[in-house]
Design a protein around this ligand. Structure first.
Ligand code: SAM
Length: 340
């Protein structure tokens, strides 16, 4: 194991836990072992701890985890451009507004976990300001790209681990910020996933979730249908799929993720706010704003400043308005909530 990874694991061992038994972990050679005995997790040459364990649901609970894992192993998402380095990552993240606002507004000493980090762009980016960021995902080929980028660019505060977000390998209340962007809608049980990762948030800490929107996603659904019926002709209908400024790997990853994904669910802002209430968190903010009478989202938005959620009807107006605006790229909305 790389010295830096070993040091990190030693320093942060108290926040890790056995994803099967929930007990503490300890080092035994190059493995992590549960202190209650019986379970051991390897850390091979690629420096990625293998802390993924499958769900233990009974047969009546649908489980698409292994199907999704196979899909992303084949096409890691979002992948990197051919000449990406830390400078390019900063440039792109800043253009993306959301990543830039996170970077400006999350304190430098915050401890962050990104559940479903994919190829690790956001985790690597947020770690540049010396925050400790753990990127967790079940897909090894994505994690390898994330780790490779981190190592090549000397990003000393980003760490990657394999994990099933339904069976976290971290102690409850270990993180100031828990982010999961574009992930929960690819699971069999998005609310259970939401509830499970919310346990990782420290008191007064934040949970940020990006979800596909029921109406914002309709134009994507239409393109998917056209691609399917035409044998994937007319790819120019999605500018990203044909954008030659992106690497071929990135274009393919986008096309597969958006149009060939084995599973995605869609949600409304009203529904996500009900989830926030059910887990006992407070609503902080939403992109787009959930209250149609608030000024529109600005490039200097204060993400962590509580805003009025609007009433159910006002949120319904914003939800249906997503039919026209499409939300952010890919028909997304983002909810930020705070643990009390
Ligand atoms: C669409 S990608 C999003 C990647 C990244 N968050 C982004 O915004 O670019 C979805 C990711 O969720 C991960 N994922 C899905 N279900 C998961 C689970 N049960 N545990 C951990 N990761 C999961 C997949 O492996 C995949 O990398």
């Amino acid at each position: 194991m790389q010295a830096e990874q070993a040091e990190f694991l030693k320093e942060y061992l108290p926040i890790f836990r056995c994803p099967k038994s929930g007990s503490d972990l300890r080092f035994v050679g190059n493995n992590l072992e549960s202190t209650s005995g019986g379970y051991s997790y390897s850390i091979p040459e690629d420096n990625i701890p293998r802390l993924f364990v499958p769900n233990d649901w009974d047969a009546s609970h649908d489980d698409i985890t292994s199907r999704m894992k196979d899909f992303y192993e084949e096409t890691p998402f979002p992948n990197y451009d051919d000449f990406d380095d830390a400078g390019a990552l900063i440039d792109k993240a800043r253009k993306g507004v959301f990543a830039r606002l996170l970077d400006e507004q999350i304190p430098w000493n915050a401890r962050i976990i990104e559940c479903g980090c994919g190829t690790g762009q956001l985790s690597n980016f947020l770690s540049i300001a010396n925050r400790t960021v753990i990127g967790a995902d079940m897909t090894l080929n994505s994690l390898r790209l994330a780790q490779e980028f981190k190592e090549k660019n000397d990003l000393h505060r980003a760490f990657f681990t394999q994990m099933n977000l339904f069976r976290p390998c971290f102690q409850p209340e270990s993180f100031d910020v828990v982010i999961s962007n574009g992930v929960l809608h690819h699971t069999s049980d998005p609310f259970l996933a939401f509830k499970t990762i919310s346990t990782l948030v420290k008191p007064k800490g934040y949970l940020l979730i990006g979800l596909y929107h029921t109406y914002g996603r309709i134009s994507n659904d239409i393109r998917r249908m056209i691609f399917k019926m035409s044998g994937d002709r007319f790819k120019g209908m999605d500018k990203r799929v044909v954008d030659t400024k992106l690497s071929a790997a990135k274009r393919k990853a986008w096309f597969m993720d958006q149009y060939k994904n084995p599973h995605e669910s869609k949600h409304t802002i009203n529904e996500a706010l009900d989830w926030v209430k059910k887990i006992g968190f407070s609503f902080v903010s939403c992109i787009p704003k959930s209250n149609p009478f608030e000024p529109g989202f600005s490039e200097s938005e204060q993400l962590f400043k509580p805003m009025q959620p609007g009433n159910r009807f006002e949120r319904f107006l914003v939800d249906t308005g997503m039919l026209v605006t499409g939300g952010s790229e890919g028909g997304f909305f983002i909810i930020i909530a705070q643990k009390k």
